[in-house]
Design a protein around this ligand. Structure first.
Ligand code: BG6
Ligand code: MG
Length: 216
């Protein structure tokens, strides 16, 4: 029986995925190459430093650890600049109504994000108090597709992995949920999130009772 919902942040709760892409694209362009939207799919849900390694390999560029840290810091500054004006208006369609249902049904909730900026983003959209547990990039050693972020969420909520339903927009995130022995709702395209148990374009009109009947 599902007792808890574990939510990814970027691309599920708020559309920061586009800003991560823009900031990485700007960095890549500065290094003399480009990254496409299709390429960006593999960066979703992946930690900052792992994303940087994937991009540099794609551009055929080798750098020292020090240079990589400087680039990652610069990318994060650009990203923070892009998200600095976020407000509750940036919450993705359907999320607020869905959370109202979650509260009514007394389902436990955790945030499971590899982002080190997660708390800041939650504050700016006014959703800091909507989660019973928050696991972010500052609390984990391994990024998605490792299941650590979701397993820690389950642990903090005192539920078993099989009692959790994960909400994810990233291929690596869907894999992380699956690797943790959890059911996964994909948010995005069916053709991309092939491992998810069910996929919705977004949370608009998603009814918890119907969803749970579909999952079980
Ligand atoms: C994930 C995003 O939520 O967080 C990735 O999908 C991002 O694109 C990762 O790289 C790490 O985020 P941050 O904010 O710590 O750089
Ligand atoms: Mg995401």
């Amino acid at each position: 029986m599902i007792k808890a919902f574990l939510f990814d942040l970027d691309g599920v709760i708020v559309d920061t995925a586009i800003y991560h892409y823009q900031a990485w694209k700007q960095m890549a362009n500065g290094l003399g190459f480009d990254i496409s939207e299709e390429f960006n799919e593999q960066l979703k849900g992946v930690s900052r430093m792992d994303s940087l390694d994937i991009i540099l390999t794609h551009g055929g560029i080798e750098l020292s650890q020090e240079e990589k840290l400087a680039l990652a810091t610069q990318k994060n500054e650009n990203y923070l600049n892009l998200v600095s004006k976020m407000s509750p208006e940036d919450i993705l369609p359907g999320v607020t109504d869905f959370f109202a249902q979650v509260k009514k049904e007394n389902i436990k909730t955790a945030l499971g994000s590899v982002s080190k900026n997660a708390k800041l983003i939650l504050e700016s959209i006014g959703m800091s108090d909507d989660f019973d547990a928050i696991i972010d990039g500052t609390k984990i050693a391994k990024g998605k597709p490792d299941p650590e972020v979701f397993l820690k969420g389950a642990e903090e909520l005192v539920v078993l992995p099989e009692e959790c339903l994960v909400f994810e927009d990233a291929v690596a995130g869907v894999e992380a949920g699956k690797n943790g022995g959890m059911k996964v709702v994909g948010i995005g395209k069916k053709e991309v999130l092939t491992q998810a148990d069910v996929v919705f374009e977004n949370l608009v009109g998603v009814d918890i009772h119907e969803l749970l009947a579909q999952i079980n």
